[in-house]
Design a protein around this ligand. Sequence first.
Ligand code: ADP
Length: 524
Amino acid sequence: MHMDANTAAPEDILKQYWGYDDFRPLQREAIDCVLAGRDSVVVLPTGGGKSLCFQIPAMCMPGMAVVVSPLISLMKDQVDALRSNGVPAACVNSSLSYQERIQVSEEIRSGQLKLLYAAPERLLMENTIEFLQESNVSFVAIDEAHCVSEWGHDFRPDYRQLRTLKRAFPNIGIHTYTATATEIVREDIAKQLDLHEPEVHIGSFDRPNLIYKIERRSGGIKQIQEVIDRHPGESGIVYCISRRKVDETTAELNELGYRALPYHAGMPDTQRKDNQDAFINERCDIIVATVAFGMGIDKSNVRYVIHSQLPKSLEAYQQESGRAGRDGLEAECCLFYSTGDFNTWSRLLNQSGDLKARDVSIDSLGMMLDFCTGVTCRHRAIVEHFGQKLAADSCSACDVCMGDIELVDDALVIGQKILSCVIRLEQRFGGEYTAGVLKGSQERRLLDNGHDQLSTYGLLAEESQRTIRDWIEQLVSQGYLSRYGEFNQLQVSENGRQVLRGEVTPRLSKPLKTAKKSRSESKS
Ligand code: ADP
């Protein structure tokens, strides 16, 4: 039923099977590279349209493409979607019955299939490989390829084994796709999979239609509610760190009259699937979820993504927030964090056995927190993290550029007061303690240490301790202070010394408008 495989042009396939007129940026390049038989690493942000980069050449080339995909549930959805578009696709995974497996083998043998989706553990079984070696495989596509790398945020040991593919199929292209790859992950993917001089295509990481807003969490459900209320009847995702938090937040939202469903790995599969379907088919507006939710979910009209707690890395944030506004229309990404979230994550990471992975994760977590406390354009901070530049000076689509965050005029003096205090404390104390000294706190341990006698004691007494704490975080995020040691003690960096000498001025935000607002709200 499908068209002549040798002659079909990508544009025609795009139009005929998907009904689209034009390719998105880099799709065409990525497709050409598959057609040319080269290996490749393709990095496109979530929503960039990675699937078509391998689905279309699979339709253009003779034989069948093998697609490696990490999640069984996802695979089935994609195959169903392809079949309903008239694309002959199937999947093999552990959930298939014997009968279904036989049927797939038949379809492969008869040469009908254009795309075969497989979970890595299934694909790597010896008899599967042998069977495929005898079939006409056009190329291999590895989706969510960052799972190969320990430097990525979702390392999967099964993925690492995929390097045998190059040996098993020396003459066909291996193509890897991910939404999130810093240079180090990108290079690791190529290395781990033994790719041969891969062509690398990297899309822009900026998502101009997303509006980023980041606030310190002021407790309760109120902040979340405000975002939801800006989007009545629209779809949104609320991310939490733990399953317990997911359940609590769902209950709170439902009590307030919203239609919210939970999603996390602790729920029975069927219920999780039902909730996901309800969200996708708009029987519920809000899904409250752990990071288990979302990989590969294709819902284009998510109008907001709320992080009710700190994400574990900028990679994860980019990917999770990127699930908003895939249709290219405006969408809002709001993040509510506290420094306590940092500790929650550290605890979770400390439980993981792999020391190297843990160190990488703690570093990533630190960068995430710095991003939150930072007062530079969010779009810029994200793209720079991925090694790119933002074309415009101001994005007009984040809290910083929209003026939600105002900068203080006397940042140099304030910065100097804080840095001097860190030095007076012999660089042996953490942020909270240092803020206490600057505030002139009567806290017991501080008096016991005699720190009320320091010349910097009470230097910022007119500010709230919370504000001083924020400024300290901002100085860390701009590299004037750094944290070290088990208790995140603060020390002044070389750049910090320049501030002390008056050579550079840090950027410090005024106590937040939102802080004022939530205070007046809590009174009302
Ligand atoms: P990714 O895997 O990169 O996150 P998908 O492949 O799921 O993105 O594509 C995201 C959405 O964009 C899908 O709904 C897809 O059908 C749509 N899409 C992809 N390419 C195009 C295109 N060239 N024109 C219009 N829509 C597209």
